[in-house]
Design a protein around this ligand. Sequence first.
Ligand SMILES: [Zn+2]
Length: 257
Amino acid sequence: MSEYVNIKGVVVRETNLRESDKLLTVVSFEKGKLAVNCRGVRSMKSKRFSAAELYAYSDMTLLYKDGVYSLKEAELIESFYGIRYDIESFAASSYFSEILESVCIENQPDPELVSLFLNSMYLLANRKDKPIPFIKSVYELRTALEEGLAPDVSCCSVCAGTDSPGYLDIANGVFVCADCFHSELSSQEGGRFLVPLGRDSLRLARSILAAPSKRAFSFSPDRQVISELSYASEKYLLYHTGGNYNTLEFLHSVVQM
Ligand SMILES: [Zn+2]
């Protein structure tokens, strides 16, 4: 049995095979994550060349046959070309795509995650006023949100206060204010994995998590607030996705957080 399938998808991994063939990992709006075979696509003469490059976002026609997808036709929508000339953006896109690849599942579409990735890539390719640690923090928090793993930062999980600095309790996914942390109750639970979250970082985390998708990147916080939230959101996502992302070390080596 064979059939043609049309998808809109972005290449998150490419592996060169023999001759001019490639194996792509594509994350699509319609079918989640897919392995796609591409024959003859490394030849510059191939019309599909640009659509089969890493981070290319394209309209693709695939042939599904004997359990394998092959790329038949493709029309490039966006190449995110600017990322190739900016080592910091490239490092961030490597980390984002590794996360996307690890949380997406074959034949389980998650259009919000694909949109989040594309929006992040657009900002990385057209860098203006958004610092990379901010884009990263939004990406991490919104990935947690889409996966149903978002922390509850609406108030302190002990006293329900909403306006004091405190800590993000990484494992339990809750916020604990500084007063409650120093109280007897919290000190009895000394083994908890807590990272500091000041008042402004707490508010920023709430805003990022509550925003409609298109507005998630619309904030312009101070450098120090970004730095604090970036540390917390990274620890949080790594803990909850069981991630051990190879690309994160590279990102830290080129971007000061
Ligand atoms: Zn409290």
